[in-house]
Design a protein around this ligand. Structure first.
Ligand SMILES: [Ca+2]
Ligand SMILES: [Ca+2]
Ligand SMILES: [Ca+2]
Ligand SMILES: [Ca+2]
Length: 195
């Protein structure tokens, strides 16, 4: 390849990197990373574009068969709740995850999941206590596969607490730990099957 072309390729890659404002490893993502119109808050369009480029959907879709199956969803959720990625969901991690996803009035306790009272929820306990509320709701066409559209819509609706189609700086706290540039695909693979 001629040097000139290499330089062009390099600047093209740099431009592409600029369009992918997901935080680099070790940085903390904020909604401003995905803001396109310069106004505070994330619209659905801004969220979809940023989410698509984050690679999160593909990381949850472990097997490459189109759509996120219920099993893949369970594995992704386990990974998401296990904040420090040590494959143990502690009571603190459970409380944070359950409140975020199911609300503070969720009727299942940590003890309901941690059936062997080891002090943490392992993958099989998470699977045994699996609550498919979200998966069923988000799979709007009921075909047992979440498209990226279904997944992004469900996720956006979960974070947009007051349902006004803007994720404010306060609401974006829901995504703490989601888009910080970690190798989510490898981490999810590490979790394995939970269902
Ligand atoms: Ca943990
Ligand atoms: Ca346990
Ligand atoms: Ca579907
Ligand atoms: Ca909102």
């Amino acid at each position: 390849m001629a040097i000139r072309n290499m330089i062009n390729l390099r600047s093209a890659l740099l431009s592409a990197a600029l369009i992918i404002p997901t935080a680099a490893v070790g940085q903390t993502w904020t909604g401003a990373n995905w803001d396109a119109d310069g106004t505070p808050g994330l619209t659905t369009d801004e969220f979809r574009t940023g989410f698509d480029q984050s690679g999160m959907y593909n990381a949850w879709d472990r097997d490459g068969t189109p759509g996120i199956s219920e099993g893949e969803f369970g594995t992704g959720l386990y990974h998401n709740w296990d904040r420090n990625r040590d494959l143990q969901i502690t009571e603190d991690e459970y409380t944070t995850g359950a409140e975020r996803w199911y609300g503070t009035d969720y009727d299942r306790t940590f003890a309901d999941y941690d059936t062997d009272t080891s002090g943490y929820i392992d993958q099989s306990e998470f699977g045994a206590g699996w609550d498919n509320e979200y998966y069923s709701q988000w799979d709007t066409d009921g075909d047992a596969a979440l498209t990226e559209d279904e997944y992004a819509t469900g996720l956006y609706g979960r974070a947009d607490a007051n349902q006004d189609q803007v994720i404010t700086v306060e609401e974006e706290g829901w995504f703490e730990g989601w888009f910080d540039g970690d190798d989510v695909e490898a981490e999810i693979e590490n979790v394995g099957d939970v269902l």
